[in-house]
Design a protein around this ligand. Sequence first.
Ligand SMILES: NC(=O)c1ccc[n+]([C@@H]2O[C@H](COP(=O)([O-])OP(=O)(O)OC[C@H]3O[C@@H](n4cnc5c(N)ncnc54)[C@H](O)[C@@H]3O)[C@@H](O)[C@H]2O)c1
Ligand SMILES: [Mg+2]
Length: 342
Amino acid sequence: MSESRLSDGSGVALGLAWYLFELKEDDEACRKAQQTGVFYLFHDLAPLLQASGHRYLVPRLSRAELEGLLGKFGQDSQRIEDSVLIGCANQQEAWFALDVGLNSAASKQASLPKSEVEAELGGSFVKLRQALFQLTSVDSSLLFTAQALLRWHDGHQFCSRSGQPTKKNMAGSKRVCPSNNLTYYPQMAPVVITLVTDGARCLLARQSSFPKGLYSALAGFCDIGESVEDAVRREVAEEVGLEVGTLHYSSSQHWPFPNSSLMIACHAAVKPGHTEIQVNQRELEAAAWFSLDEVATALRRKGSFPQQQSGALPLLLPPKLAIAHHMVREWVERQACASLAA
Ligand SMILES: NC(=O)c1ccc[n+]([C@@H]2O[C@H](COP(=O)([O-])OP(=O)(O)OC[C@H]3O[C@@H](n4cnc5c(N)ncnc54)[C@H](O)[C@@H]3O)[C@@H](O)[C@H]2O)c1
Ligand SMILES: [Mg+2]
């Protein structure tokens, strides 16, 4: 499910993994990589994008272009050291992300004026949530990572023990407090997302904040000390009052909203005959069992979020790039195979 941060997303290239490791560990090597690297720009966590028909392209700047831009706004190349490493194509092209709209406590360089930068570069800084459906899966995965890392740095500029400013290493893979050497590493919160089945149907639920008609799999943050299995069983019991029998892992995905989560997807079957749903109204607006036919029809429906219609709303499923969509598709395919084999 997840796109690789290495090369073109087609798999983990061993040499590149070693190279990225070196850049994270060695500030001088990373500084050198910034000379030949490319830079994705953000402004207050919104990525720079260029509209092209119905899609968004994600422009990248060379070091020279970035220096030129900063120079136009009276800033020097020191600002480039605020950038964070997000991947690489090869040893001559490391990828960095730089937010020119956040004020870094360390660099003390002011944010650049948004609309003037947009005019200069012929693009616009668009909120990532708004751009989701117009990005390729490779671009969205890269921007998810970049935004999550930039957000983490923005929120961890001070040591929680000493109150002193922390210092980012060159790659942005950690921050250290110079007064007590405490090291802080970027974090993701583990979240279990479970597609529950009773054999013939799958269980989908909605929160009141979802777009009208949209149902998804059950999701919930892992508690401290829990295994994935414990978290799945607790979340399913907590949200819909059902007891999980068997469960198995499916896949995982990094999800940047509202903060950085590692979504861990599992398929789970309820114990035979135990299918009565008790919706926890503090967490969910509704939950229901859906047949294979209903879910397969919803998957075939073009455009996930049509305008609200009058009367009964059709079942809408999460967009393709969400792991919930992937799980529903997996379940439908497995059911179809099982019925062919029968
Ligand atoms: N990518 C996908 O397909 C997909 C689908 C569904 C949900 N999600 C994500 O899963 C996440 C969790 O789902 P949920 O909202 O149902 O979780 P949930 O059922 O655990 O309920 C959320 C509540 O959990 C508490 N909580 C505990 N630890 C938290 C933490 N580290 N961060 C924030 N809140 C925490 C808060 O009180 C919060 O209101 C959501 O952020 C959502 O964006 C992703
Ligand atoms: Mg939940």
